[in-house]
Design a protein around this ligand. Structure first.
Ligand SMILES: Cc1cc2nc3c(=O)[nH]c(=O)nc-3n(C[C@H](O)[C@H](O)[C@H](O)COP(=O)(O)OP(=O)(O)OC[C@H]3O[C@@H](n4cnc5c(N)ncnc54)[C@H](O)[C@@H]3O)c2cc1C
Length: 454
């Protein structure tokens, strides 16, 4: 069996490191150092005819591949890099309820009934991840630890009380508002005006989860083709049947159906989708392993935590007791410069929240690309004859898993409840976007202004 050397535990090859004072920060995704990925055979030619070609081996693509293969379809997952290479192994591992937009905005935009279905889908997506983890026995430290949103301003906290009330009335889902005077039971930081807890959310090790999903898809019969970049797709017929001729870096494939699962890495291979998705960089640092008492002080209930800003920070403890601290330190997708600059900016942010971490060593920094639609909503369905699901806007661990599964069920001809299919999917205003996000510096500056004034 031939496989990539980077498949070794941690794919711990080829990272860059640099020195900051007395310490060395590894420019590497910490989660990968904890994870063993299943081997695939890149010396074998790719299968030439399949029922479904899935593009992208992240949560969306692998969840879809598992679902389709379990129904007997012949599935090939075509991945330009390696399993989980995209956002799926790089994220914070927060398995979150809700959507990026607040419920008031959702109701104003979509009405009560559709918003109810969307909110129910977001809660069900946590169950969807939990069921897969249990069924497939994926050892990814999945735990229903709940999430804590913390208010950076008094008016944000006042809004929590209104939101919690609305969510209980409209969706019969209970959130707990935590006053500033009680916040020390939730977080060892004094900079916030209060918080809101949702006990339904969970945490996991995302790299272990995506590796487990890949194993599950393969066990169900799907083939995963790594280092197989899709360059072009054209309508084609084979023995009287219509489908797709797919040109890849490892040869051509013919497929009845195509499922595009490329999220923030969507490219000119699917130009119509590329024009609807803004790729936005997000970055993470992790500290060294902290003394147990300090870790408990920082996050007594081990929550998944994020703040109320537009330019937000999100953070949590890792299962081995490091502080993982992330944010949109730069808006542009990850490259050497944005990753390095982010390490210092995030460290400063972390110390503002937790002065106790002033002397903690930063050991890892990395970045990844998020997928935002122009309306900040998830979207799924069919476009130009291809199936797709994307636009998770930082809520993709649960939603991507769930959308992959639901769209796959829809492809298999099943009746599926999916409120994100068929909602309007806007492009840039006046069509001023061809897939190259020239406006990101302006968007970044605009968010900073919004954080001052709102
Ligand atoms: C730093 C960071 C932190 C995050 N934190 C959280 C969090 O805590 N909680 C949460 O819910 N969400 C979080 N997210 C978002 C979440 O990770 C994503 O929404 C989710 O992983 C999307 O999964 P996916 O499978 O759709 O896409 P991805 O995992 O991005 O996979 C897309 C894949 O498509 C492949 N691809 C692209 N083009 C081609 C092509 N032409 N041919 C073949 N393959 C191709 C890419 O190589 C890539 O592997 C975070 C994201 C980032 C970047």
């Amino acid at each position: 069996m031939v496989h990539d050397s980077a498949r070794m535990l941690g794919r711990a090859v080829g990272y860059r490191a640099w020195h900051r004072g007395p310490m060395t920060i590894k420019e590497q995704n910490y989660w990968l150092t904890t994870t063993e990925f299943p081997p695939t055979d890149v010396s074998r030619p790719v299968t030439d005819v399949v029922d479904v070609a899935v593009i992208g081996a992240g949560f969306t693509g692998l969840s879809a591949a598992r679902t389709l293969a379990r129904r007997g379809a012949k599935v090939a997952v075509l991945e330009a890099e390696t399993i989980g290479w995209g956002a799926s192994s790089r994220n914070g591992g927060m398995v979150l309820t809700g959507m990026k937009l607040g419920v008031k905005e959702l109701i104003a935009k979509y009405g009560r009934e559709l918003t109810r279905r969307m909110y129910a889908a977001s809660l069900a997506s946590i169950d969807c991840v939990e069921t897969i983890v249990q069924e497939e026995q994926i050892e990814c430290d999945f735990s229903r630890c709940g999430h804590l949103e913390v208010a950076c301003k008094q008016k944000h906290f006042d809004n929590y009380e209104r939101q919690a009330e609305l969510i209980e009335v409209e969706f019969n889902h209970k959130l707990r508002v935590v006053r500033r005077s009680d916040l020390s039971a939730e977080i060892g930081s004094s900079v916030y005006y209060g918080g809101m807890v949702d006990e339904t959310s969970a945490g996991c090790n995302p790299a272990r989860y995506v590796a487990g999903l890949a194993r599950a898809a393969m066990k169900s019969g799907a083939e995963i083709c790594e280092h197989t970049r899709v360059n072009k797709m054209e309508r084609d017929s084979l023995q009287g049947e219509t489908g797709w001729k797919i040109s890849t870096s490892r040869g051509a494939i013919w497929s009845h159906e195509v499922f595009v699962a490329t999220s923030g890495y969507t490219s000119a291979t699917t130009p119509a989708l590329q024009k609807k998705i803004i790729p936005i960089g997000s970055f993470i640092i992790t500290t060294e392993i902290l003394p147990k008492a300090l870790a408990r002080d920082l996050s007594p209930r081990n929550r998944m935590i994020y703040d109320s800003k537009n330019y937000l920070y999100y953070y949590r403890l890792t299962p081995d007791g490091r502080m993982l601290f992330g944010g949109r330190a730069a808006f542009f997708p990850e490259n050497d410069q944005t990753v390095r600059r982010s390490a210092e900016l995030l460290r400063r942010g972390m110390i503002e929240v937790y002065p106790q971490l002033r002397d903690a060593r930063i050991e890892y920094v990395w970045g990844g690309t998020l997928d935002f639609a122009f309306d900040i909503m998830p979207h799924a369905g069919q476009m130009d004859g291809m199936y797709y699901a994307l636009g998770y806007a930082g809520h993709g661990v649960a939603m991507a898993t769930c959308q992959g599964q639901k769209i796959a069920e829809m492809m298999a001809g099943e009746q599926v409840e999916n409120p994100f299919v068929g909602i309007p999917f806007p492009g840039a205003p006046l069509g001023l976007y061809n897939g190259k996000p020239w406006f990101l510096p302006f968007a970044g500056a605009w968010y900073k202004v919004l954080d001052w004034v709102s």
